[in-house]
Design a protein around this ligand. Structure first.
Ligand code: PLP
Length: 378
């Protein structure tokens, strides 16, 4: 069996010809494809507005900027995520606070979040880990009760529904990533979606240096200022996404239904196969209809993790581990986080192995992975 990646992009001839057409159009950076991609994305995720940026990390950064964080402020998130989910809080000079996860769903535990809310809490970043989604109805109530900014880290969960509603229907912001392993790709890329027009206007400025040419936003415009005039209102960045990447994104979004269906088929097959085995799988909460990004198993005997991982690698299966608890990473240790903050997250990490899941896996490869796991976990 050839090497099987845990996740990879699916690019076809339609994607390639869309990118070539865009390259020939005369626009390289911001042009009509950016607007078209933003419109298609907001329709897909059920939000009024979308702002495309050059990575999911940039999306998290400008979303966190909206919370107007000060040095003592706190933002609560999950430790079982990619470091970007909390790095954005550090970029804004504030303090990430890690709440624990639920053992069965591996999603941020709202009870643990409640226990960590203080007078300094400004925002919550629920992470839709693996594509399973947090209960956003409950998180939205909590955010309203305490006046907190709500940012869904939806990098894993494009296409998923919560109680039949799209993730973009909720208050606050949602961030998306279009890195090659994610559900659709633009190479590198990301976006923030929202239903709030004033939030949207700020995000648009933060993407381009904090600069605006919209005279309704000007604060020191005078009679002598002509059409050249612009103002910088905030300290923004250059987080723009190119037009040809957006052309790829539009073409990829057209395939989302097919991608979702194939991911669901593979997850269903894995779930059935692992049902009678000595491994834990990530449970789907009753409110969620997910398009899974990751398929992780957790071993009952954690002393076996390294051996199982290495034997699966030897069988040419590109298993992985998602994720090391963020506050265990050396940088977080250096700035004062200690181990032991989130015991369930730490225990889950020690048992966890990520299996291959992407739309181009064949049935034969899926069965090969299942047999290999059955073989090795005994
Ligand atoms: C991929 C990812 C991001 C952002 O990723 P980029 O590589 O910057 O696009 C953010 N959060 C999570 C949970 C992710 O998996």
């Amino acid at each position: 069996m050839d090497f099987i990646h845990y996740g990879t992009q699916y690019i076809d001839d339609d994607d390639i010809s869309e990118v070539i057409d865009s390259l020939k159009s005369g626009f390289l950076t911001t042009g009509p494809k950016v607007i078209e991609f933003e419109k298609a994305l907001s329709e897909t995720v059920g939000s009024r507005f979308a702002v495309a940026v050059n990575s999911g990390t940039a999306a998290l950064h400008i979303a966190a900027m909206l919370a107007e964080l000060h040095p003592e402020d706190e933002v609560i998130t999950s430790p079982i995520t990619f470091a970007a989910s909390s790095n954005c809080v550090l970029y804004c000079g504030a303090k990430p606070i890690f709440a624990d996860i639920c053992p069965d769903t591996m999603l941020l535990d709202i009870e643990s979040v409640k226990s960590k809310i203080t007078a300094k809490t400004r925002a919550i970043i629920p992470v839709h880990y693996g594509g399973e989604m947090c209960d956003m109805d409950a998180f939205a109530c909590l955010a309203e009760e305490y006046g907190l900014v709500l940012i869904q880290d939806a990098a894993h969960s494009l296409g998923g529904l919560i109680r039949g509603k799209p993730q973009g229907a909720y208050l606050g912001m949602q961030i998306w990533s279009f890195h090659p392993v994610k559900t659709i790709t633009t190479g590198e890329g990301g976006a923030v979606t929202t239903n709030d027009e004033s939030v949207y206007e700020k995000l648009i400025r933060y993407r381009t240096h904090g600069i605006t040419r919209d005279n309704s936003q000007f604060v020191q415009h005078s009679e002598d200022d002509g059409a050249w005039y612009y103002e910088m209102l905030d300290l923004g960045y250059n987080y723009r996404l190119t037009d040809f990447q957006c052309a790829l994104g539009i073409s990829q979004l057209k395939k989302l239904k097919g991608f979702a269906q194939r991911r669901k088929e593979i997850v269903a097959r894995y779930n059935t196969a692992f049902d009678d085995m000595d491994v834990l799988v990530q449970k789907t909460p009753e409110w969620s209809d997910p398009v899974r990004h990751l398929y992780t198993i957790r071993l009952c005997d954690k002393s076996q993790r390294r051996v199982v991982y290495e034997q699966l690698q030897k069988k040419n299966i590109g298993v992985n581990v998602h994720y090391i608890p963020v506050y265990w990473l050396p940088y977080y240790q250096k700035i004062g986080y200690e181990r032991g903050i989130c015991p369930i997250a730490e225990d889950s990490y020690e048992r966890m192995i990520t299996l291959p899941l992407h739309p181009s896996l064949s049935n034969e490869q899926v069965e090969y992975v299942i047999e290999a796991v059955r073989d090795v976990v005994s």
